[in-house]
Design a binder for this molecule. Structure first.
Ligand code: ADP
Ligand code: MG
Length: 516
């Protein structure tokens, strides 16, 4: 087999062409999100191919909606997406810093003739030192501290209706409290569920909600002292495919009898456990099983596979997969009350007997606003988790800015200093952008802020110096360090590329040539 791919230069082979094009791609991506940074950042109106509208201030949402074809632009989007998955916040910060790093890196390479590998090495150590210094100034916080409120408020400052969402997020976090910590580290994914409902008010519910109604309107609406069976059994005891193989009338009759008998066996075994609430997460359910459950008036609902984990955690139920498992002890979960809110088509599970779980309901008048608010609430929960696990630093770009001087104080050898310059440019850019977005001359304000004490930055409303700690503007350390590392990764990859090559399919070419 011959290799049909040949690598051809995408641009003309002039030195720096690739560097220029790739750096511009990163800057272009950053330009689409930079004006959203910080509490005075603006929203974007996104229109998808089906002409649906979405309004968003969320860096990663905006980036994912771009139809970027430039490979480097795509890489930036991917790294932002990973940042989102890792810490759930700080995507705009990462992208803005990446743009600054590549801009400064390019200047060093093109104008000062520094070799790209040196710049790349420098960025690596620069990011390392910056993270280390940020870690040094970070403060630990705990769940009852007012700082937790500050962090959540700061993270939601730029969001639609952020203050209200922040207070909801904080009460949810305090409601699950230390229950959500495992070996000293918090994982709110397991204990806080966020759902969006268009016609309900924002609230925090102690307990779980399932976004569906019960199997049939004839079933009881409410069960007190619920004994809950979570069922993953095969509830289609007789498969329809058998019909094809056994198509004689007698066979069909036997099969039908078999189906009813088996269904009855299953339902009897389920009820023999003592369950008065049955939550089914089986892929298929035979009508016979469904009808039997309804005729026996058992509160039954179909749940999704992701809901199983929450129900199991909250009520202590052990999901049952095999008929034999129904005979095991302790398979049922317990809750004080299970009931359906028929108007909203949701089921509440209250006072589960196992671990604490709370549900945050976020409202929204349209699908778009409810989605944007849901994302914001999730950002707030993620920010709180990161802050509790790794500590906090002052926000508004102040922590980043004050690291610069400390980095310059490190006695670095030779070209490592170059990396510091690149990383310093990125560290400065956050405060500059936040203040530019607030209508000030960002550069000038950054100059002022540099001379201020470590916890000081600039008030986004007045433009005057302010102690960010006292003003309650705090960010999770982890968001900052992860964003810095992500930016460094983008910059290193981009600055290292000296040529963009595109694959051309030779066989395609051959075909078109033969047609000529
Ligand atoms: P990202 O996608 O990077 O999280 P955001 O738009 O959420 O971007 O902005 C986060 C930045 O806004 C953080 O640097 C945070 O410190 C800053 N910020 C939030 N509230 C304030 C405030 N009141 N004053 C100054 N900066 C703030
Ligand atoms: Mg944010």
């Amino acid at each position: 087999m011959t290799n049909t791919n040949v690598w051809r230069p995408m641009a003309q082979n002039i030195e720096f062409d690739a560097l220029e094009s790739n750096v511009n791609a990163v800057i272009a991506v950053a330009d689409t999100v930079r004006t959203t940074l910080g509490p005075k950042g603006l929203d974007k109106l996104l229109i998808d191919q089906a002409m649906n509208r979405h309004v968003s201030n969320d860096g990663v949402t905006i980036l994912l909606s771009l139809k970027t074809i430039h490979p480097v632009a795509r890489m930036v989007v991917e790294i932002a997406e990973r940042q989102e998955q890792l810490v759930g916040d700080g995507t705009t910060t990462a992208v803005v810093m990446a743009a600054e790093m590549v801009k400064e890196g390019k200047r060093l390479i093109k104008e000062l003739g520094v070799h790209p590998t040196k710049v790349v090495e420098g960025i690596e150590s620069g990011v390392y030192y910056a993270c280390e210094l940020l870690e040094k100034v970070a403060r630990k916080i705990s769940i009852d501290d007012v700082e937790l409120e500050y962090v959540v408020n700061t993270s939601l400052a730029s969001k639609l209706d952020g203050k209200r969402l922040a207070s909801i997020v904080i009460s949810a976090i305090r409601a699950v409290g230390n229950n959500a910590s495992y070996n000293g580290s918090y994982d709110f994914d397991k204990s806080i569920k966020i759902v969006r409902r268009m016609n309900m008010d924002d609230k925090v519910i102690s307990g779980l909600i399932l976004e569906r109604g019960r199997l049939d309107k004839d079933l009881p609406l409410e069960i007190r002292d619920a004994r809950i069976l979570v069922c993953k059994l095969d509830l289609k005891p007789v498969k329809e495919s058998w019909l094809k193989e056994n198509s004689r009338y007698e066979d069909i009759l036997t099969m039908e009898k078999d189906r009813v008998t088996k269904a009855k066996e299953i339902v009897d075994a389920m009820l023999a456990t003592g369950a008065n609430v049955i939550l089914i997460a089986s892929p298929e359910i035979d009508d016979a099983v469904e009808n039997l459950l309804i005729s026996r008036r058992v509160f039954t609902a179909i749940i999704s596979t992701d809901e199983i984990e929450h129900v199991a955690r909250y009520t202590g139920a052990k999901p049952v997969r095999l008929m034999d498992d129904l005979k095991l002890p302790d398979i049922l979960g317990y809750a004080d009350r299970v009931y359906e809110d028929e108007d909203n088509n949701i089921i509440y599970i209250e006072n589960g007997k196992n671990k604490n779980i709370v549900t945050i309901i976020v409202s929204g008048t349209t699908k778009e606003t409810s989605l944007e608010r849901w994302r914001a609430a999730r950002d707030g929960v993620n920010a709180a988790e990161a802050a509790l696990n790794n500590g906090v630093v002052v926000g508004g770009g102040a922590a980043e800015l004050h690291v610069i001087d400390k980095m310059k104080g490190l006695k670095l050898k030779g070209l490592e200093q170059v990396g510091v310059d690149v990383v310093a440019a990125a560290l400065e850019s956050i405060m500059r952008q936040i203040l530019t977005n607030a209508g000030f001359n960002g550069l000038e304000k950054v100059m002022t802020a540099k001379a201020l004490p470590d916890t000081f930055g600039i008030d986004i409303n007045t433009g005057e110096p302010i102690d960010m700690m006292e003003a309650g503007v705090l960010d999770p350390l982890l968001v900052k360090t992860t964003a810095l590392k992500a930016a460094g990764e983008i910059a290193k990859a981009v600055l290292r590329i000296d040529r963009n090559l595109a694959a051309e399919d030779l066989s395609q070419q051959a075909i078109s040539e033969s047609r000529r």
